[in-house]
Design a protein around this ligand. Structure first.
Ligand SMILES: C[C@@H](N)C(=O)N[C@H](C)C(=O)O
Ligand SMILES: [Zn+2]
Length: 215
């Protein structure tokens, strides 16, 4: 990528903000910074569990969160800016047919060779800073929240993860629809093969991918 080297103390590339600067109590569970993900270990480039986005995307996300809170819901984000080195880490994993350690949890119905392209991009919008992976929480008045049943877990690579998949129960269907409607109101478009994956459209910087590590 052609990312500028950030100045000392900046967490990511120029123009990026940590969403916590806009929503201090946003639920952030950065799966690729730890081992609870489809690779089963921390991913290259995730030196810190921070959700970084280009400012227009972070601001739009803050508006979605504000809307949802009025109705007793909140967002939980699983991935935001993804350095290109992390994408390369995913691609190398996807091409390694010998490593099937996470198959039963993440892709029990697909051959590993089918993941690249549909479920794991070789050039991901996440590296451009206006794409994120997100789910919905239901919260009561004292602020305690539970994650809603979306029909699959995050990063369950399967036709059942397709946003309009048949065979969901009515609650799962309505949770996916609620998330999609809340995101759409502020410009985020869903990726039809993954109910959790959203991109702000039009993208603020559609040509520019970054490889600056998150720290
Ligand atoms: C890997 C998954 N969380 C994801 O983001 N998939 C899309 C297709 C991507 O890699 O951009
Ligand atoms: Zn995604």
């Amino acid at each position: 990528g052609c990312a500028r080297v950030p100045q000392t103390g900046e967490p990511g590339p120029a123009g990026f903000v940590d969403v916590h600067a806009l929503v201090p109590d946003l639920s952030v569970d950065m799966r690729y910074a730890g081992s609870d993900n489809f690779v089963g270990r921390p991913i290259a480039g995730y030196g810190a569990a921070r959700c970084l986005l280009l400012r227009p995307a972070a601001a739009a996300l803050a508006r979605v969160e504000a809307d949802l809170r009025r109705d007793g819901y909140r967002l939980r984000v699983y991935d935001c800016y993804r350095p290109e080195r992390a994408v390369r880490d995913f691609v190398a994993w996807a091409r390694d047919a010998d490593d099937q350690r996470t198959r039963s949890a993440y892709y029990p119905n697909l051959d590993k060779s089918a993941l690249l392209g549909d479920y794991i991009a070789e050039r991901s919008g996440h590296s451009r800073g206006a794409t994120l992976d997100v789910t919905l929480l239901r919260c009561d008045a004292d602020g305690s929240c539970v994650a809603l049943d979306m029909g699959t877990d995050f990063d369950f690579f399967d036709p059942r993860a397709h946003t309009d998949a048949a065979g969901l129960d009515p609650a799962q269907r309505s949770h996916r629809d609620r998330l999609r409607a809340a995101m759409a109101r502020h410009g985020f478009v869903n990726y039809p093969l993954e109910w959790w994956h959203y991109t702000l459209q039009p993208e603020p910087a559609p040509e520019r991918a970054h490889d600056v590590p998150i720290r």
